[in-house]
Write a protein that binds this ligand. Sequence first.
Ligand SMILES: *Cc1c(COP(=O)(O)O)cnc(C)c1O
Length: 369
Amino acid sequence: MAINVTRSSLPAFEEYIEEIRPIFESHMLTNMGPVYKKFQRMLIEYLDVPFLSLFVNGHMALELAIQAMNLKKDHGEVITTPFTFVSTTHAIVRNGLNPVFCDIKPEDYTIDPAKIEPLINDNTVAILPVHVYGNVCDIEAIEQIAKKHNLKVIYDGAHAFAEKYKGKGIGNYGDATMFSFHATKVFNSIEGGAIAFRDEKLRKPLHELKNFGIHSAEIVDSIGGNAKLDEFRAAMGICNLRRVDECMMKRKEVYDRYNERLRGVPGIRFCENNADATYNYAYYPLVFEPKVFGRTRDDIYTELLAHDVHTRKYFYPAINELAVYRNVYNSTNTPIAHDISLNILTLPIYEELSLADVDMICDVITGKA
Ligand SMILES: *Cc1c(COP(=O)(O)O)cnc(C)c1O
């Protein structure tokens, strides 16, 4: 059977049926009903955040969070990373703002705070870092810079569900943090997402932007779209939230086995996670140094494919090298992101992945299979 890079977590079938039974009784399928509200309450507690707004997916959550902050000005610039999923950059551009790409740290692939300040000018309105693969950014350095220059900080925390930094939920940092509950993430509600935020003033614009600008039955006071999470997805989220801790523990077993088998192999570099943060075991990225390792990232990708193991070249190409952006932005300004994108491979990691399969994958990588 094919081994994919991930496999969506599902609750027991009967558990989901029980959770959606009240929806069949009430006929209330969406519009922020009781299941939505219950899911929201559970998440605020689990993520240990002051405020949280649910969305139909992580991308719309991020896009509308930027809109809710009213950062718009002519030629407004947002400093961000080119080493991420394309959603991060699209969310900036679709708001009429200009992304300015800052290079990453070679140790953990997150934005390099030492390279942020030279990119700040009168047009800069925000910093949008990504906790890429769940590796927590250099939060304190980023926030010091933001404070000094009076900039907003919005984290793309799509990969950082459940993580804590210095004992506090990761969604407590910056002005806002986006979480994605997409089927392929550590925690899913099929599709879904949320914005955690600190300033209660964001509550109204976030609510209205996802619901046509409707303030109350007869008052529409802003120009919103539609990005509501429905009751069935909220029910899936509730079921999966009950077992997310167990799911992360199983992922940890896979993660530890990869470490046991691959750490110390010459020519393979590993991601160094933030020592002040917990980790959710979302991804297992490796960086190959072909001159030392003897084979390239693409060689390993192809060899694993021959064993029906489907790894992913996340994140290749870098965002400033994608067809849609490469003629607009110059990727020579971000050489580390370019280099990492050419040599990185993310290995399969999910709850039910057996340690025998992990061993088989490691044998292929180390040339024993
Ligand atoms: C998945 C992802 C998103 C988008 O989230 P969706 O819920 O799929 O819309 C944004 N940024 C990053 C880094 C992601 O991995």
